[in-house]
Design a binder for this molecule. Sequence first.
Ligand SMILES: [Zn+2]
Length: 539
Amino acid sequence: MITVLFIIFNKTAVYSDIVVPDLIKIGLNHGNATFHNINISSKNTIEIILNQGAKENKIVFENPIDLSFRKDSYYNVLNDEIKKIQFIKAVKYSGELLGPYHIRIGDAYKDYNSAKKTLDLIEKSIKGVYIAYDKEWEIWYGTLLDEKECKEKINILQKKLSDAKYNIVEPDENRVQVIDVSTGNVVFVYNSNEILIKSYESGVNKFSLIKYGEANYRGDIILKILGDGSIGVINVIPFELYLYGVVPCEVYSSWHKEALKAQAVAARNYAMINIERHKDDGFDLCNTQHCQVYKGYDKEETNTNKAVDETKGRLLFYGTELVQTYYHSSSGGHTENSENVWNEALPYIKGVDDSYGLGSPNDEWVTELESSFIEEKLKGNKTDIGRVIDLKIPDVSEFGRVRELEVVGTKNIEILKKENVRLVLGTSNIRSTWYEVSTESDINIFDMNKNDIVIKRPIELNILSAGGKKKVIPKESNIFIKGLFEAKKYPVLPSKYIFKGKGWGHGLGMSQYGAKGMAEAGYDYKEILEYYYKDSEVR
Ligand SMILES: [Zn+2]
């Protein structure tokens, strides 16, 4: 006899350890390692904090400034464009060359301010000097190509400042140059794996937006040297403020507030579940579809910010675990079980009626695909089945979504399963897996056994001729079916396949148009979420 012991946990104790963290780190340029100039600016004061153990070292730019960060390396400047190069002495370059050799003037300084005081004095007689932080605060000159150029420059510098000490600084791949974009001059060089950039309004303790590239961000920016040597840009931002920049990317801010609140909770859950995705990259989530699209401050809307505020800290649970809040645009009238679209059967992703979601622009869609297009797409997927001669649907789910699409070719048959059909043929072509396929060769035949009209394609037919009963050979020709009054022509091989489908997206979890419809019908965000995710609970 087997005894099963049930241990009842105190529910609160189990799930209370899942709480939204205060801060989240978002990678803003993940996968863009070829990019060499990181542009950072602010309308207010910018503070660069160098991460040097317990001692906080910082450099402050009081006036608005556009800064560009790039690795301390070789560059070729040509027609206002700057390119990182592998410097080869024998090559004749057109344009200006910059290099990672520098000249140190004098000794080390105890902090940034004392170095700055001396720099202001030196600048009266020498241009091209700047502060550098390379384990200690120093004053450097130039971006030179090699030792030879350094020695020539030292001779010139000595004529201007004869009592100073000059040392050559050798290249170091870990260093970063900071450029004032308006002048193109180096204003700072640092050697640190990671720096923190803050911006605030001068004189008041109020944080200001930081612009990276074309977008403004709340919070701070970390620049970090990644494993491949590129500079990673990371936005460190309070978790709830991150959602301000996510929710409006996923939903129309003009929609009913309860639908926006449901979306806010879905986005919060999704971030929480995936928070370790980029652990090895040094941040939590990236800003693309790979994790969750995040576009920072410029994309924010009052209504979506409010939806985040009004659901602050709220998460959706299934028992003690967080719900994977998959959602899609519109289902076409019914959502689906997860195992019928992907492989995993999630207990809370079950098909439900979605009549509230009807009325979306994609309730019904039609896509015509040429057989040659399907052949090309299959080849792109490393499958050559020859000429496509038929598409069949041998397996659908209980709610009508296609689980198997059989692509019959002259050489082979390929079976595409579930969501894979969309991945191979294009997710905007095949907008959902809820579809039927027809062709211009479809023949309506009255089946006496079934006492109903059935659809047949020519290659499924037998032809009676003088020579006896024959199968139709799949080739480029037509067959003629004699009706009561006239013979109708049907191509033996269809040139295109017509997909008639319902809804847009994978059809799993919450349908966004359904959430909108439910909200308009008076349901609140909890009721909406708990409806689309079976046995779930907002806490
Ligand atoms: Zn990601």
